[in-house]
Design a protein around this ligand. Sequence first.
Ligand SMILES: Nc1ncnc2c1ncn2[C@@H]1O[C@H](COP(=O)(O)OP(=O)(O)OP(=O)(O)O)[C@@H](O)[C@H]1O
Ligand SMILES: [Mg+2]
Length: 490
Amino acid sequence: MNDVPEQQNGKSLPSRRFPAAFLLFAAPAVALLLSLWLGGTLDWELALGGILAVSITLLGILVPHFRHLDGLYRYVAALGRGSAMPVPPAGTSPILAPELDAALVEMAGERQARRQELVGALASREVIMANLPDPILLLGSGKKVVQANPAAVALFGRAIEGRDITAVLRNPDVLAAIDSNYHADDTEPRSSAEISFSLPGEVERQFSARIVGLDASTSDGVSVIVSLHDLTTVYRTRQLQADFVANASHELRTPLANLLGFIETLMGPAKDDQEARERFLVIMHEQADRMSQLIDDLLSLSRIEMREHSPPSDVADLHGILQDVAEPLEIKAKARHIRIVFDLGRATEVIGDASDLSLVFGNLLDNALKYGRAGSEVTVTTRHLSPEEDPAARRIGGPAVAITVEDSGEGIAKEHLPRLTERFYRVDTARSRDQGGTGLGLAIVKHVLNRHRGYLEIESQVGVGSRFSVYLPAPPQEQVEAPESLRSRA
Ligand SMILES: Nc1ncnc2c1ncn2[C@@H]1O[C@H](COP(=O)(O)OP(=O)(O)OP(=O)(O)O)[C@@H](O)[C@H]1O
Ligand SMILES: [Mg+2]
């Protein structure tokens, strides 16, 4: 109900009708008095007096009545506009029963209670939708997304409300199941379906989609509900379990066979050979260490791969991580007379998981110390990159940090570069093994960076050295200098 056209010059409809009503009620008496005066039955003074008396009586009745009516009218109009409970009209009318006011106020109260119930129900729906961890899409006519909960918006990464579902979810099986609900015969109950599908992206994700067609559309036009359930972790766990068993059994076979060989020799031919026993025990200790390192690395890799689809959101202190990583490697550096030089710029923070990033820089520094020339330098540099100026930051999609670990060593031939991050890939398998390498270090680096939505770049020249550059997303720029302890480290 809308009273705007009914109002003119601030007067409501009853007020504007007052003159007409007055004339209508006064007309019979005035006509009678006038005809009596014209017929000579009444003299003019009496006729005029009569007209005045009728008018005053009528005004006495009509004015409070219309005032009351006007109050009621405004009250009903305000209710119709949906205003909060208006104040009930004041005053009484000699014509309108006071029960009418009471009935109206009661009706308004009920109406208000209903409205609050409805608002409450809608708010509960919003709250439930907002807190559901699974992405939910409510579809209306024309397969348009009527509502998407925050989990769905986060998954699809953009405003999807009002868009056609075909522009949001492109999987043909899911779309066919949604379609079948729209083309279903109105007399039959709607169907529901459950479909597994994968969502391509930087890291592919697996989902199951449940599509439920409602028998009748809701008041806001929702007729199909699509809920998605993330199965990535389940799929990955299965895959990683299989990989772990295959890799572990394959890679453990050699050191285990060696161990068995030594044990058999020690139990047999070298039973009483003290010198051989000591020598063999040292080798057996090394082999056992290698096996233990291999299991640790495989477990780290599985743990990282398991979480690869959920990027970290914490801010990690880069200088602190580099400091912690470099400290235990000092012994190794000293043994090879290598100096670790830090050249840390303004970039101190990245968006990341500190313990995962420790694995990255630990592996890169370890490699540089392992494969760098004895007596040379290993340089660690950090640089802040802004998307306006640097293509690497644009690739990351915002401010970024580049961390480079550079060594002067034997370098890596070009043909090996693309394969270095494959698990167990080693340029010189025997040499890497001799140095206690499992060939999983750079695979771990790659998966950690995938999880962080960052990436690794490798540049190398045989006989000159290698540079490993890590690119990571950075929080909005801050300006903190590197701590003194990390500026240069011998
Ligand atoms: N800085 C480097 N200079 C020369 N070669 C390197 C360098 N870093 C890595 N490589 C080569 O890449 C291979 C793979 O490196 P990765 O770190 O994955 O394995 P690893 O060092 O052999 O073993 P792990 O790190 O698992 O103990 C190495 O075996 C080595 O051949
Ligand atoms: Mg390594």
